[in-house]
Write a protein that binds this ligand. Structure first.
Ligand code: FAD
Length: 523
């Protein structure tokens, strides 16, 4: 392997690495993809097992996945074992880092909510003076979003709102249920838009790199992929300053190997790409690598009951379906005590209610559960976290992972802007729900720890100035021209939107630029 020089080495096989492989190989460029984990057999590995067949009867094994709120014993092998790949943080300020190392990464498990950023995000500083504008705007990314939406089959409805840009959608013809119509009417009275959600249909419910983009790359005959290898470091040619080699370890045999490459495309996920660059001591002349870590505020919201649906009276016409309230704060007016904005995920469900919504015990609780079952309506926030220099990651001086690779230390916390935004969101949800005639059963003002949204972003931000950014507007390192970072590390701000459509559109755009630069002999 050490003798061969590959054209482009792609590290990571998730949404971002998959798209880079598709674009580059379709342009005739040979690629080698390295991925830290094994290939999953999606159909076989998702066969259900009975709880009695599992040592912890379906509950999590203590200590293995303390920060992965979605984990249980049924899906435990999905997630990165925190004992094998640890990270550190101040116990006063925990971080939930949710990782998947299977071939295909988190694209195998994401919830598929699919949004474009708007110019309220790309040009946030121009709008309110905080932070930095992106070096690109919606017009630059719109053609790529359209192509990505077509590949992922994003279902949605055109709403004509500048803060919720329309796209190239599979039309959503689903009717609104009665409770959603009442919520919409309440929103109209208060000037708050209530829209259809947008999400990737994919194929057979799977919208992953493995089924939507990598098959095209493999079909070209130009892609080779090696699973179960963990890249520990990149090195540069001392004469040219170009990155020229990756050093990696076989996850199982622990054999050390290396490969030479003309170009390296990092797609290991925001924080793993950043960890690899920090461990390699590369591409950080700006000093901002690892800084500006952002995600979205999740957790705050309310749970309600629709009175007319209680006592067995729920019908499919009244209860069910979802809605999305796109950002409405700080668009045409200014909120009192926070900048930027939040969206609301809205759901209604005919399922039984969670007992935690009732301050009752014993028979009284059982009666409530029986009566309220099937009448549920809930809302939850997706709020923009501000990009701040002080929220950062670095290499922990002591802790290493199972292959002796230094671990990441994550130091980040929310500030008054996020807490005030969360409070406004919950109070607004209560006002909307009461105006719609629902009974509010519980409310939660407290954000979950940073990272919980699984949307970590921003630690190799893009920008026009090499002194204040790691990457240029093409996701290319300012310092090392044959190094690209195509995952969420390039984000300048988070927005309220789930980021994956933007990650994939940026990966597509960067890869087309790279292919052209290679064709012209510039890289
Ligand atoms: C449960 C869940 C729900 C989600 N819902 C949504 C949603 O509704 N909408 C949305 O937009 N986003 C959602 N997300 C987030 C979304 O999945 C991610 O934004 C996206 O998949 C990131 O893709 P990526 O390619 O950047 O990284 P990843 O998917 O993390 O892929 C990185 C790959 O790199 C590999 N790797 C890492 N380190 C190394 C190394 N050192 N050497 C070799 N390989 C390495 C890993 O094995 C992995 O396969 C969700 C995520 C989860 C887990």
């Amino acid at each position: 392997m050490a003798e061969e020089i590959v054209d482009v080495l792609i590290i990571g096989s998730g949404h971002s690495g998959g798209m880079a492989a598709k674009i580059l190989t379709e342009k005739g460029i040979s690629c080698l993809m390295l991925n830290a984990g094994p290939v999953a057999d999606v159909h076989k590995d998702t066969e259900p097992k009975p709880a009695y067949a599992l040592p912890f009867r379906g509950f999590s094994q203590p200590g293995r996945l303390p920060h992965v709120f979605q984990s249980n014993e049924f899906n435990a092998n999905t997630w990165v074992d925190e004992r094998e790949v640890p990270y550190t943080y101040d116990p006063q300020h925990p971080y939930n880092w949710v990782r998947v190392r299977l071939f295909g990464g988190r694209s195998l498990f994401w919830s598929r909510q699919s949004f474009r950023l708007s110019d309220y995000e790309f040009k946030g500083k121009s709008h309110d003076g905080f932070g930095d504008d992106w070096p690109i705007g919606l017009a630059d990314l719109a053609p790529y979003y359209s192509r990505v939406e077509s590949i992922f089959r994003v279902q949605g409805r055109a709403d004509g709102l500048p803060q919720y840009p329309d796209g190239n959608f599979v039309p959503d013809e689903s009717p609104w249920t009665g409770c959603m119509q009442r919520f919409m009417a309440a929103g109209k009275q208060m000037g708050i838009p209530v829209c259809k959600p947008r999400s990737s249909l994919g194929v057979d419910g799977l919208a992953s790199s493995v089924n939507l983009v990598l098959p095209d790359a493999f079909a070209t005959g130009k892609l080779k992929a090696i699973p179960n290898v963990v890249v520990r470091e990149l090195s540069v040619d001392k004469n040219t300053g170009s990155v020229n080699e990756a050093h990696f370890v076989d996850r199982l045999s622990r054999r050390e190997m290396s490969v030479k490459a003309r170009v390296v495309v990092l797609a290991a996920g925001t924080l793993e790409s950043t960890r690899l660059l920090l461990n390699s001591k590369l591409a950080n002349s700006s000093g901002v690598m690892g800084h500006y870590l952002v995600d979205q505020v999740y957790g705050p919201g309310i749970v309600c009951s629709v009175p007319e649906a209680r006592d067995g009276k729920a019908t499919p016409e009244l209860i069910g379906g979802g809605a999305l309230v796109p950002r409405f704060r700080n668009i045409n007016s200014k909120a009192k005590n926070f900048i930027r904005g939040y969206a609301l995920n809205v759901h209604s469900s005919t399922r039984p209610m969670d007992p935690r919504n009732f301050a009752a015990y014993g028979e009284e609780l059982q009666n409530k559960l029986d009566s309220y079952s099937g009448s549920g309506f809930s809302t939850s926030i997706m709020g923009e976290v501000l990009s701040r220099y002080e929220n950062h990651v670095s290499i922990d001086p002591k802790v290493v992972d199972a292959w002796d690779i230094p671990a990441l230390r994550i130091e980040t916390k929310y500030t008054d802007n996020e807490f005030n935004m969360a409070r406004d969101a919950v109070d607004t949800c209560i006002a909307l729900a009461e105006a719609a005639g629902f009974e509010v059963l519980s409310k939660n003002y407290d954000p979950n720890p940073p990272g919980y949204s699984i949307h970590e972003l921003g630690t190799c931000r893009m920008g026009n100035d090499p002194k204040t950014s790691v990457l240029n507007k093409w996701s290319q390192s300012h310092d090392i021209k044959n190094l690209f970072v195509v995952d969420g590390a390039s984000f300048v701000s988070a927005g309220w939107q789930n980021p994956t459509m933007t990650i994939v559109a940026l990966a597509m755009r960067a890869s087309e630029y790279l292919a052209e630069q290679m064709r012209q002999g510039n890289v």
